[in-house]
Write a protein that binds this ligand. Structure first.
Ligand code: ADP
Length: 646
């Protein structure tokens, strides 16, 4: 029933700006019609007939229109009753106060006609009145006058429609709805229901939002004791970790309407629109209270105000933010509207947003760990037809650093790959392929690569594998491939430990392993290549971070140049020229040392490196087992395992 009602409402024609054009055109045409139908210009006649009428004394008045060379003839009242003029009486739709012409004709040359007219009227007892006229086409002129404006307005509306991103956003008639909020509403009538069951992992976060659910369900429980309902919660975490999902689950659990929109939806090219949208959003939410407003990517409007002195701060964004703050302060404790916002950059948000009474609850939603990944896999594997022996433990271990959204993507991609291969169920290999595909991009089997290039790639990757195998703190290897994928020609994949604190020796070992590729090229071919660009980038970044951020260099000492409160556009360096030199030297020293270490390691194990590279050239993809065959069991393996299982 409720749905039916909604449908009927939807079918009502919407007001659109084109209606204005329609009405204008209709009015214009209408006038034209009345003009012609209601006002007769007289029957057509000829000059000779006219002079005959003149001789008979039938003509009362001649109206000579100079520019159109038409003369209008008005007969005397007596003449109108004559048999000859029976049909000349003007008929009108709307009665006219002035007399209308009975005839009209074209007179040709004005001078001649005037002479002839004077001649003809010279002897007449009652001379007809002769008037001269110039006729202007009022409507035509008016049209010419307003046409440019209509065109201008038309173009403007067209641009506006384009700007406000036609599809879906706010429906039709954007020009009139520009100040309306673009929030999508999910309520009882929407099909999709999300509950906490759909959110895997995130135990801590779930617990915190559980309280909000409680507030929304039983507000009296808290208000009778004088407690205040929280106004806002801020979900902070990297993209794809399930912030939207969590907010939606809160609404689903509390069974309240849920307004969802993104911070950038407030932004428009016109001043004041953002603030007006905020007002509208809160008005709607209050009407449906208790309800939840979810603002994704709130950093789009909530960025700290007035920091960007260089670019001239963005007033419009500040207005929007101010309005948001005002609205949040404005609703009383009994309004029952809770604002949940999400961002991955809590550090750049305006302090005013975070103060007590606004987004005073910050809930951290982090990338999932192994155990949580397993749970997320289980949620997303539910709808899939999977092989019986599929091991979710294995899958969660293969996907370090993946977010919930990545995992959802892997599951979907695996199903697609299985379908493409005509399988009946999705198996382990499909998942591995999906992971490869998501990390590395599409396989490019037909990428043209010369044998010598291929050899270089093989030695490069074998170099990474060898060095990381030999170093205690380098991440354990998962697989090495020289199948070109996306933009890379080959890759060595590791299973990074999920560390919370990183020690300098771990960082150094990782840098050494990253430099292993270039070192192998140097040791084997005594040549280096551009193939190490991404390795170098990674190593340089890490070395710089060690020196300038984490205070791990003894020469610079225990200080950091990292400022968590600084905006991204800092143009000045917080250190002197000498320190800058020292920093640069430290960075290059660290890197050089690790490079030499990698070279030494590879020179000592040149035979094994060569063996590995040959296997790689032959098989294209090798796993840990192949390495074990060449190098024997990895010395540090046991400890790693223990760490992982913890
Ligand atoms: P965010 O808002 O943090 O960027 P989303 O909430 O939009 O991320 O997550 C995108 C998708 O990822 C979700 O629709 C869901 O399919 C999946 N996802 C993310 N985290 C989880 C999780 N903890 N449990 C289940 N699915 C998840």
């Amino acid at each position: 029933m409720a749905n039916d009602k909604k449908n009927i409402k939807d079918k009502k024609p919407k007001f659109s700006p084109y209606w204005i054009y329609g009405i204008l055109i209709a009015v214009f045409l209408g006038f034209q019609l009345f003009n012609n139908g209601g006002y007769q210009d007289g029957n057509m006649t000829t000059p000779s007939d006219f002079f005959k009428f003149l001789e008979d004394g039938d003509v009362e008045k001649v109206d000579i229109v100079k520019n159109t060379r038409v003369a209008r003839v008005y007969l005397t009242t007596d003449a109108e009753t004559k048999e000859a003029h029976k049909n000349s009486k003007p008929t009108t739709l709307i009665p006219s106060a002035t007399k209308l012409p009975n005839y009209k004709f074209e007179f040709g040359d004005l001078q001649n006609f005037e002479n002839r007219l004077n001649e003809a009227t010279k002897d007449l007892a009652v001379k007809p009145i002769v008037t001269f006229d110039t006729e202007t086409n009022d409507w035509g002129n008016l049209l010419m006058g307003i046409l440019p404006f209509i065109l201008l307005i038309g173009v403007w509306i067209f641009i506006m429609r384009r700007m406000s991103g036609g599809a879906g956003a706010g429906g039709g008639g954007q020009i009139f709805n520009i100040g309306k909020s673009k929030a999508k509403l999910f309520d009882q009538n929407t099909e999709v229901k999300t509950t906490f069951k759909d959110v895997a992992g995130l135990e801590g976060a779930k617990e915190e939002v559980q309280e909000i659910v409680d507030f929304l369900k039983f507000p009296e429980k808290y208000t009778t004791l004088g407690g205040k309902i929280p106004k806002g919660a801020l979900l902070v975490g990297p993209p794809g970790t399930g912030k939207t999902l969590l907010a939606r689950a809160v609404a689903g659990e509390a069974k309240v309407p849920f307004f969802s929109l993104s911070g950038s939806d407030f932004v428009e090219m016109f001043v004041g629109v953002g603030a007006s949208r905020v007002r509208d959003l809160f008005k709607q939410a209050k009407e449906k209270s208790p309800s939840i407003i979810f603002i994704d990517e709130i950093d789009a409007i909530g960025r700290a105000r007035g920091k960007n002195a260089m670019s001239g701060s963005n007033d419009e964004r500040e207005n929007t933010l101010n309005q948001l703050l005002t609205e949040m302060d404005g609703f009383g404790t009994n309004t029952n509207v809770i604002v949940i916002a999400a961002t991955n950059r809590a550090d750049i948000l305006d302090k005013a947003l975070m103060r007590a009474g606004r987004f005073d609850r910050q809930i951290f939603v982090d990338l999932p760990d192994v155990r949580e990944r397993k749970e997320i896999f289980e949620v997303h594997l539910r709808p899939l037809k999977k092989a019986k022996d599929l091991d979710t433990d294995f899958l969660s271990k293969q996907t370090p650093g993946f977010s919930g959204a990545d995992i959802a993507n892997v599951c979907n991609e695996a199903a697609l790959i299985a379908a493409r291969n005509g399988k009946k169920a999705v198996d382990k290999q499909d998942f591995l392929d999906a992971v490869d595909r998501i990390i590395g991009g599409l396989e490019k089997k037909n990428k043209i690569i010369t044998p010598s290039e291929k050899k270089a790639v093989a030695y490069h990757e074998a170099g990474h594998a060898t060095v990381s195998w030999m170093l205690e703190h380098a991440a354990p290897l998962v697989k090495v491939t020289i199948v070109p994928r996306g933009r890379s020609l080959g890759a060595a994949w590791y299973l990074p430990e999920e560390r919370l604190i990183v020690r300098p020796e771990q960082m150094l070992d990782e840098m050494c392993a990253a430099l292993g590729g270039r070192a192998a090229e140097k040791v084997i071919f005594d040549k280096i290549s551009t193939g190490a660009l991404s390795d170098l980038e990674k190593v340089t970044k890490q070395a710089r971070a060690m020196v300038t951020i984490y205070g791990l260099s003894s020469k610079i000492g225990n200080l950091t140049y990292y400022d968590s409160g600084q905006s991204e556009y800092g143009f000045t360096k917080p250190y002197s020229e000498q320190t800058a030199e020292l920093i640069d030297k430290e960075i290059s020293d660290i890197i050089e040392k690790q490079y030499q270490r990698a070279i030494k390691l590879l020179e000592d194990n040149k035979d094994k490196l060569t063996e590995l590279a040959e296997v790689l050239l032959e098989k294209e993809v090798i796993f840990k087992d192949n390495l074990e065959k060449i190098f024997g069991k990895r010395a540090f393996e046991k400890e790693e395992r223990e760490n992982l299982d913890k």
